[in-house]
Design a protein around this ligand. Structure first.
Ligand code: AMP
Length: 417
């Protein structure tokens, strides 16, 4: 049965906690952004304050085996500083028994990067490129078999399991999902996971209407499932950014050199038709800032989005689009935003995305629930200084996208089932 971190008695217990310490490091192994570490601290502190001890596990990067560059030893001092406790380090997860046994209440141990071992992801490694289907099947079966001992070993270290790694909640890995089975009565979400789950529920299950989703970014192909699921939930669907031009072309518009995916035009047409059937208002850009080359210093002009001249490409939403979108946003009670509405990395084409961030802040101040989640919109809202002016900024790019697609995330299901 699922437990709740606020009610659980950690006194004298060892808690094994999956966190997402997958932080960016520079070439000297300095952490360039410690947001993910800080996000897990409240959960870790709660265990220690309750008289428990911590076995912390995470991944870092995508190593294909033991690789010094991806060792968590590079971050252990910083974790100690954030937690306010000297965190010990276990370089080999299999040989940590003595270190775990010696842990006293209030103490913490960080295990080495779990992705050093193929068992964490349960995927075979080192297969020859020309391996036959038989060989692939056998290798998969072998890693699945050794994964059982891997998970059992990790579980043997603790009395309870906490998952606070939302960033990997969409993966059914050993430490994010499989380990939960060993703690049928002692498994729970950490505070970060609880916050993310509540934010998802606030938009997908308990949205106050009108509910508007703003979906931007570069490609329709990466967000087709998102759009399809949202169509069944929202009142308004604003489609902007590079992906908007496939829809504009699908409506018969001329889009010049703008980014688009011809092979997805039938699907775009289907989405437009389904929206009509369901009474969902799809709002595409009506005016676009175009450029004659993909560069910050290119010549630009404002043109109707359906009449982009040859040789020019859509780079940002124009003021007329933003005016329409602002009205929709400010009349909504729930707003979900994923993906920039222009090439916001170039200052000349960041105005549209900045305006959306401002509109969301204004809507939030007026009482709307606003969630920014999944990838680049999070970077945009943070860069632009609006992160604390919206209701919730998700920490999980891929995980949030899959949740918005309506998928059940294995990391969440494993605690709940
Ligand atoms: P995504 O990862 O799908 O959310 O896409 C984010 C990327 O979409 C950012 O790097 C933006 O620069 C890019 N993007 C947004 N609008 C456009 C556009 N009109 N043309 C090309 N790329 C765009």
């Amino acid at each position: 049965m699922q437990q709740f971190i606020d009610k659980y008695d950690f006194a004298g217990k060892k808690a094994i906690v999956r966190v997402d310490f997958n932080v960016p490091l520079d070439e000297n192994f300095n952490i360039t952004d410690d947001t993910r570490i800080r996000a897990a601290i409240p959960t870790l502190k709660k265990v220690l304050a309750g008289g428990g001890s911590l076995i912390i596990m995470s991944h870092l990067g995508r190593p294909k085996g033991v690789t010094d560059k991806f060792s968590l030893k590079h971050i252990v001092d910083h974790v100690s500083m954030c937690l306010g406790v000297l965190v010990q380090f276990a370089p080999d997860y299999q040989k940590a028994d003595a270190q775990v046994a010696a842990l006293k209440p209030g103490e913490a141990l960080l295990l080495e990067n779990l992705r050093f071992y193929a068992e964490e992801e349960g995927k075979p490694r080192g297969l020859a490129e020309d391996a036959s289907d038989e060989e692939k099947k056998a290798a998969k079966a072998a890693v699945k078999e050794s994964q059982k001992a891997f998970v059992a070993k990790l579980a043997s270290y603790a009395d309870c399991y906490i998952n606070d790694a939302f960033g990997t909640a969409h993966r059914a890995h050993a430490s994010t999902a499989l380990i939960a089975k060993f703690f049928p009565d002692d498994k729970m979400f950490g505070y970060l996971m609880e916050g993310e789950i509540k934010a998802i529920d606030n938009v997908l299950k308990n949205a106050k209407r009108p509910f508007t989703a703003i979906i931007g970014g570069s490609k329709v192909s990466s967000k087709l499932a998102v759009l399809e699921n949202l169509l069944t939930k929202v009142d308004n669907l604003i489609i902007g950014g590079g992906m908007g031009y496939t829809f504009i072309k699908a409506e018969g518009g001329r889009i010049g050199n703008s980014l688009h995916e011809d092979e997805l035009i039938p699907q775009a047409q289907e989405i437009l038709a389904k929206a009509k059937e369901r009474g969902v208002n799809i709002s595409l850009s009506v005016q676009t800032r175009v450029a004659n080359e993909f560069s910050n210093d290119s010549a630009t002009q404002l043109v109707p989005s359906h009449e982009i001249p040859e040789g020019w490409e859509g780079m940002d939403a124009g003021p007329e689009s933003l005016e329409i979108w602002k009205k929709i946003i400010l009349s909504s009670k729930t707003i979900l935003w994923n993906g920039p509405v222009g090439v916001f990395e170039m200052p000349s084409f960041a105005k549209g995305t900045l305006q959306i961030a401002q509109d969301l802040a204004e809507a939030t101040a007026a009482g709307a629930y606003t969630l920014v989640g999944g990838g680049d919109s999070v970077a945009a809202v943070t860069q632009m200084g609006f992160a604390d002016k919206v209701s919730y900024v998700s920490t999980g790019g891929g995980a949030m996208l899959e949740a918005i697609e309506g998928k059940e995330l294995p990391g969440i299901a494993a605690i709940r089932e």
